[in-house]
Write a protein that binds this ligand. Structure first.
Ligand SMILES: [Zn+2]
Length: 500
């Protein structure tokens, strides 16, 4: 395949005025990027004149289980939101619903130029048949996926501050959950990786301990061991909310009140490990991440919608922490759109620091592509348009008002574009979106399936809402108690901090 005459975005080149070049793709790989490549006999040619060609985005944090809940939930902090984002009968949702929500989430990603997503997949109990439905949906639609099953062995009541002290017995019984055996979960994950392996195209594996506050030390150590043995990336929610940081202070005194130190002592920090969120990290914890080569996936949309605060982006950068962008749940950010995440990344630091700095749009583009690729240990395969890399890319229409006049590709991608100009998307050398339409899965069928499964889903969700109405106010009070704790960190707009 030859992509002809587009303006090709190169992180290391002119990111403002990308020069015109052709891209030759052989099967799944880019083999040449140069001006005026002559078409070969029988080669498919894509006319990219007046298009901007960019590397596909990597959505480094996402969960597919609540795609159908998009737009249903508002005005809840995380610990209460969790009551709504997961159907209590998740194990008996129909295969049709699971397939449909998986396809729909991937479809939204693709339409926004995301070619790789990291699905930290929530479903307990873990189940092989379910897993196959999800993986088949990803294979069918043609997106690249870094797949992990979310696992945890502690009961939510033991992972959240003040629940045991504050919640009435009946509320605690309803939301407190129960402890789970860790070994069977880690064994399941390893068995699935051995069984399915790389047999499905564009499938990469990762590990997803849900969060150090939700896992025993033994479980984290087993995950670290599996990650080392199979060279797998790890993603885990850490200090997303103030309540989680408070839990660290209250329950992890032996580790200096730090969930990050607890992870380190279990062997779960380092170049394969990515903390997700990290809004409430202390200076020491941030430095520890930098020293150990650990990464962080930044999810500004869900952090703000769930009232978690804003991650310390400037401090993380200064400490040399590897960064990636994610869009998180469809019910906690409500969009899979890295244009929005990149814009937040560039704009949010000014909330606490009015001084100019060197964080810019070109960096946001790197984080959204190469940063995400690095988080998944795929930095030599995806994230840039260079010979030898996988052909994962998007063609954007330069006639879109967001990109006219083209004064700076990088800045207009970050500050002006919203996804509207994404016209053609190629994953692994295969055209998946052409002229804004899916080439791999029939869109009419998908629309029909969404309409069908949504009817049941919304009915069940209404029932869930009724059941939660009694529970939610108690969780909000526990949230308020966590909020009142002084842990010496501020992640909401507060006093002027000019140290970075
Ligand atoms: Zn998450």
């Amino acid at each position: 395949m030859l992509i002809r005459g587009g303006r090709v975005y190169d992180h290391d080149g002119d990111v403002h005025q990308p020069p015109v070049a052709d891209i030759r793709i052989d099967r799944d790989c880019i083999v040449a990027v140069a001006p005026n490549l002559a078409p070969k006999a029988g080669e498919a040619v894509i006319d990219a004149r007046n298009k901007l060609v960019i590397p596909g985005f990597v959505n480094a944090h996402y969960h597919s289980h609540d795609v159908l809940a998009k737009g249903l939930i508002e005005e809840l902090p995380l610990e209460a939101w969790m009551l709504y984002s997961k159907m209590p009968d998740q194990a008996t949702r129909s295969a049709e619903e699971v397939r449909t929500r998986t396809l729909l989430g991937a479809y939204e990603c693709l339409r926004n130029g995301i070619t790789t997503l990291q699905d930290m997949n929530n479903r307990q109990p873990l189940d092989e048949t379910y897993l196959d439905v999800v993986l088949k949906a990803y294979a069918d639609i043609g997106i690249r996926v870094v797949f992990s099953s979310a696992i945890q062995d502690l009961a939510p009541a033991d992972a959240t501050p003040f629940w045991r002290e504050m919640l009435p017995a009946d509320v605690l019984a309803a939301v407190g959950g129960q402890a789970n055996d860790w070994r069977s979960q880690v064994d399941f994950v390893e068995a699935q990786i051995q069984r399915v392996g790389r047999s499905r195209p564009r499938l990469h594996w990762a590990l997803g301990p849900s969060g150090p506050q939700r896992c025993s030390r033994d479980m984290l150590a087993a995950v670290a061991d599996l990650s080392a043995r199979l060279n797998l990336p790890v993603y885990t929610h850490v200090n997303e909310t103030k309540a989680q940081a408070v839990q660290g202070r209250l329950a992890y005194g032996r580790h200096g009140g730090s969930l990050v130190r607890f992870m380190g002592e279990a062997g779960l920090l380092g170049p394969r490990v990515n903390l997700v969120h990290g809004v409430w990290l202390s200076r020491d914890e941030i430095e520890l991440l930098g020293e150990t080569g650990s990464g962080l996936v930044h999810n500004p949309l869900s952090n703000l919608k769930l009232k978690s605060g804003m991650a310390p982006i400037l401090e993380l950068r200064k400490a040399g922490v590897r960064l990636a962008h994610g869009c998180d749940n469809c019910s906690a950010g409500d969009t899979q759109n890295l244009f929005q995440a990149m814009k937040m990344y560039c704009l949010l630091p000014a909330v606490t620091n009015p001084m100019p700095n060197d964080l810019n749009a070109a960096e946001a583009m790197r984080v959204a592509t190469l940063g995400g690729a690095r988080s998944a240990l795929l930095e030599n395969e995806i994230g840039a348009l260079k010979p030898g890399m996988k052909a994962d890319l998007a063609l954007l229409d330069l006639n879109d008002p967001a990109l006219m006049p083209l004064n700076s590709a990088a800045r207009q991608l970050v500050y002006s574009e919203c996804g509207r100009s994404v016209e053609t998307v190629i994953v692994d050398g295969r055209v998946v979106i052409k002229d804004r339409r899916l080439e791999t899965v029939n869109e009419e069928d998908l629309r029909r399936a969404v309409a069908e499964v949504s009817e049941t889903f919304r009915r069940d969700y209404e029932r869930l809402k009724l059941a939660n109405a009694r529970l939610c106010p108690h969780l909000i009070e526990a949230h308020r108690a966590a909020w009142k704790e002084d842990i010496g960190i501020h992640r909401f707009v507060g006093p002027f901090d000019d140290r970075f």
